[in-house]
Design a protein around this ligand. Structure first.
Ligand code: NAD
Length: 486
């Protein structure tokens, strides 16, 4: 069993209280790690170390020096690639090929991309007229926000954490990261990378623990934290926003979704089935951008449902290291209880269960894991809870539609506004519908295709702010205007 400690001022330390909590494997429920739980003294120490680094060696570096160091971090992650893959597989139980091809490479890219952004961003400048005819020159400079609190979820832990830490450090901030209690290992491992590369002590700190009345709340309420970036549930975002109101701290929120997939009859049928099946079942449906509501134009509805069913039934349950495994467990039994409660509710509300709906038969050594079947429903009312609420599981409700106006209305009938995916070969229609669906990210004939320079974030209850490329600078820097009379 691994011992995972906090990482404060470049050192791994336990907690003064001696408190620890267990991390269980989602595969088979075995305890795989013991985690030090940070209390107020550790949060104080981490925030203090982050502040000291800001005023010390880190704050004195030039942009070029920071950029070089961040390139070093990306290279060191790549050198230790298999360690990160193993740590993330252990925490999440998801197939190794997803770690190797998506999540861990994206973690390294998050440092390089934002190093490039900060190196290349131009300064804004306006020359103005003055009554004496000599004029004045305005220019904007960007300075770091300060100490940034980073609160992360468990569904793609390393990718989502570095998506925040990369730009925060590129902009010259220091960070205190609170990974999810369900996925502490890669954040802890990144401390070793920081030390190996020579990132000054205190720039990157990690505190472990839970949310309310634990490390998450202590960090977000800490007056020494200048800004908070959070990815997680909308409900948690509300609590964090209340904490951030004290002291008027800025927030960046990437929250929940109930995303629509829209499939027109003129789509490339096989590509649409493949795309929607990935959007519904990848990472066992634990992707914020995933599709839990699918709208299919009536002429292809029945055929589409049957093709999606075949995909759902073809998943291969297995351990992450098994080469032919394509599908892992949910993150925990607690989360499985939530997902299964929606599976039951859907039946109670009269859904037709096209496939799945329960717990699969898995080999004996996995029987204690948090497994659920990929599940497809039809026939639910538009206001049924499984159609309206984020389940965050491998399930979707498929419903027919008859017109463009109707499907836009259906897609927008939600308090969320994160992402949508549209499948059609009619490009004019794709542009039209994309402009009308009220979300932060629309994919046409694709899903989860990410260019890290583009704005990423949600509207309505799916988030506040945009990150990605230069958009991240809006949150991770303070812009100062300097006006020089000529
Ligand atoms: P969660 O909100 O339960 O937890 C996220 C983090 O917040 C954890 O580290 C947790 O310990 C911490 N936390 C909980 N309560 C807190 C409090 N009161 N104060 C401070 N910290 C607190 O979310 P989760 O279950 O880990 O992740 C799944 C959710 O994340 C889903 O809703 C999903 O849609 C969302 N998500 C959104 C995006 C996006 O980019 N929009 C990406 C991934 C996940």
């Amino acid at each position: 069993m691994r011992q995972i400690d906090n990482f404060i001022a470049g050192e791994y330390t336990g907690a003064a209280s001696g408190r620890r909590f267990d991390k269980r494997s989602p595969l088979d429920n075995r305890i795989i790690a013991s985690i030090a739980e940070a209390g107020r003294p550790e949060i104080d120490a981490a925030v203090g170390a982050a502040r000291a680094a800001l005023h010390g060696e880190w704050g004195a570096l030039s942009t070029e020096q920071r950029v070089d160091l961040l390139y070093g971090v990306a290279d060191e992650i790549t050198r230790r690639f298999e360690d990160f893959v193993a740590a993330e597989m252990a925490d999440t139980g998801q197939p190794g090929h997803v770690m190797r091809h998506v999540f861990i490479p994206r973690g390294a890219a998050n440092f390089k991309v934002f190093a490039d952004v900060i190196k290349n961003v131009p300064a804004e400048s306006f020359r103005m007229a003055t009554p004496d005819g000599r004029g004045a020159l305005n220019y904007a400079i960007r300075v770091p926000k300060g100490v940034v609190g980073v609160i992360c979820p468990w569904n793609a832990p390393f990718m989502l954490m570095t998506w925040k830490v990369g730009p925060a450090l590129a902009c010259g901030n220091t960070v205190v990261v609170k990974p999810s209690e369900e996925s502490p290992q890669t954040a802890a491992l990144l401390g070793e990378v920081m030390n190996a590369v020579g990132i000054p002590k205190g720039v990157y700190n990690v505190v472990h623990g839970l949310g309310p009345d634990s490390a998450g709340e202590f960090l977000t309420r800490h007056p020494g934290v200048d800004a908070i970036t959070f990815t997680g549930e909308t409900r948690t975002g509300t609590a964090i926003m209340q904490a951030a109101a004290e002291g008027m701290r800025d927030v960046s929120f990437e929250l929940g979704g109930k995303n629509a997939g829209i499939v027109f009859a003129d789509c490339d049928f096989d590509a649409a089935v493949e795309g929607i099946s990935r959007a519904a079942f990848l990472n066992t449906g634990q992707v914020c951008l995933g599709t839990e509501r699918v709208y299919v134009e009536r002429p292809i509805f029945e055929r589409f449902v049957q093709a999606l069913k075949a995909r759902a039934e073809a998943v291969k349950y297995g351990r992450p290291e098994d080469h032919d495994s394509s599908y892992g467990p949910l993150i925990s039994h607690e989360h499985r209880n939530k997902v299964l409660s929606y599976y039951r509710k859907a039946v109670e509300l009269g859904a037709t269960v096209v496939t799945g709906g329960g717990v699969p038969d898995v080999p004996d050594d996995l029987a204690e894991g948090a497994w659920v079947q990929p599940t497809i429903w039809t026939g639910l009312a538009d206001d049924a809870a499984p159609v309206r609420e984020e389940i965050f599981g491998p399930c979707c409700h498929v419903r027919p539609f008859d017109s463009e106006d109707e499907v836009v209305k259906l897609a927008n009938d939600t308090p969320y506004g994160l992402a949508t995916t549209i499948w059609t070969t009619n490009l004019a229609r794709a542009h039209r519908v994309a402009a009308r669906v009220d979300v932060g990210i629309t994919w046409v004939n694709s899903w989860f295709l990410r260019d890290l320079r583009t704005p990423f974030g949600g509207s309505k209850q799916s988030g506040i702010g945009r990150e990605g490329g230069v958009h991240s600078l809006e949150f991770y820097t303070e812009t100062r205007n300097v006006c020089v009379k000529l």
